[in-house]
Design a protein around this ligand. Sequence first.
Ligand code: UDP
Length: 138
Amino acid sequence: MSNVTFTMIKPDAVKNGNIGNILQMINNAGFRIVAMKYTKLSLEQAGKFYEVHSARPFYGELTEFMSSGPIVAAILEKENAVADFRTLIGATNPAEAAEGTIRKKYATSIGENAVHGSDSDENALIEGSFFFSGLERF
Ligand code: UDP
């Protein structure tokens, strides 16, 4: 079992001034930051990152939103990282997210939902490699 996951603090949370609050929650939940960067995706890069969703009706909206402003991308390490991080962020739709989760606190809608978290060990590696070279991981 892999012990890393990949996350992005999405443009809505960056705009709303919640980078610090979200990183604090990640820290308090016991994740170690392996790599981190503040950057902005082009529409094309967002399209590539979310290619698995290209057939979904929300793909256009999602890629436009994800390229609308800066994001924070990070690789996180912890035992059982993928599942534990999904628990920490909560349901995709903040209306359904559990109390105390990042999305419950900081997401505004099902689309603008503050954070990304990988859904499998395999995707965590693919997504981490999309943003970071081996030299950028510590
Ligand atoms: N999304 C959306 N509308 C929807 C479902 C999802 O805009 O009806 C966006 C949302 O930002 C979500 C992302 O697409 O985080 C990926 O969707 P997924 O179902 O993989 O949710 P997640 O794994 O992020 O909880």
